[in-house]
Design a protein around this ligand. Structure first.
Ligand code: F6R
Length: 276
């Protein structure tokens, strides 16, 4: 079932669904995001139900993973968590330190009591001819597990969510995608040289993302301020996939003071400030 509210898109009165929370810094915003996840997990654990999470990589969620590891150590079991990652470079060996597979184990999975069989990450090693089958199966698997409860997102400098680059339509599903030049340039800090950055990736689609019950998008720092503003306050546009979030009924945008700094004043009044 999709939670996209078509009525709202038509009327373009989109923003009232968005909860925008501004925190002191990345650490406190990340702690809040981790606590939202932990509350959901605790609730589901108490009735022996699974919690299905959609997860992101990159620099944005690193402190959230640190906080989740601490929460797990403090006794909240993650043994009933099922995770689906947003994306993976293609082609990409799982063992490569540049893979999102490696990132997820390094930053999160190897430190918590999640079961290996509950971890789903797009497979950057899949043969090209098997790729579309793999993507279909990824979608089916999410649905078989009851859909994503909480989808964690970062925001690309060009407004991409997952690796859904500007121009992608709202009904896209998990597929092989071509990375934009902006995205490849942003990845140079991890790969060292631009020539090393893959041209393609496998990404969950926009529609897949928007099917989650709850979306939590985080963004930190001045460099994200402009695209945060466009995504939250701009007109719905395929040129800025972040604007698609305006159509979802249950979105929480988690910002620090810098990434929130360009939001309009009349918008600020709708923001619950978590600044001390
Ligand atoms: C990562 C992902 C991307 C990133 C985005 C922001 O799995 O899907 O959309 O969230 O590129 O990247 P950072 O967090 O490195 O600024």
């Amino acid at each position: 079932m999709s939670y996209v509210n078509k009525e709202v898109i038509k009327n373009k009165t989109l923003k009232e669904f968005m909860e925008v929370l501004v925190f002191e810094n990345k650490e406190s915003g990340s702690l809040y995001a981790a606590q939202v996840i932990a509350n959901k997990v605790l609730m589901n654990n108490s009735v022996n139900e699974e919690t299905v999470l959609g997860l992101a990589t990159g620099s944005t969620p690193t402190d959230m993973y640190k906080a989740l590891i601490e929460i797990n150590k403090s006794g909240v079991s993650f043994s009933r968590i099922i995770t689906y990652n947003l994306d993976e470079y293609y082609p990409m060996k799982k063992s490569s330190p540049h893979s999102y597979h490696y990132y997820m184990y390094d930053h999160f999975f190897q430190h918590v009591d999640i079961h290996e069989e509950n971890i789903f990450i797009p497979n950057g090693e899949i043969k090209n001819e098997d790729l579309s089958k793999f993507c279909e199966e990824y979608e089916l698997s999410i649905r078989r597990n009851g859909g994503i409860d909480i989808q964690v997102l970062g925001l690309g400098l060009n407004g991409h969510i997952g690796f859904n680059e500007p121009g992608f339509s709202m009904d896209s599903l998990t597929q092989k995608v071509t990375l934009s030049d902006t995205t490849r340039t942003a990845a140079v800090k991890y790969f060292g040289k631009k020539e090393e950055v893959p041209f393609q990736a496998i990404s969950m689609g926009i529609s897949t993302i928007l099917s989650a019950d709850h979306i939590m998008m985080m963004a930190w720092g001045n460099e994200k301020a402009e695209i945060v503003k466009e995504s939250i306050e701009g007109q719905l546009s395929k040129d800025v996939p972040g604007t698609y979030l305006q159509t979802h009924k249950n979105v929480t945008i988690i910002l620090d003071a810098e990434s929130a700094s360009k939001l309009d004043n009349d918008r600020i009044s709708l923001i619950e400030s978590k600044l001390s």
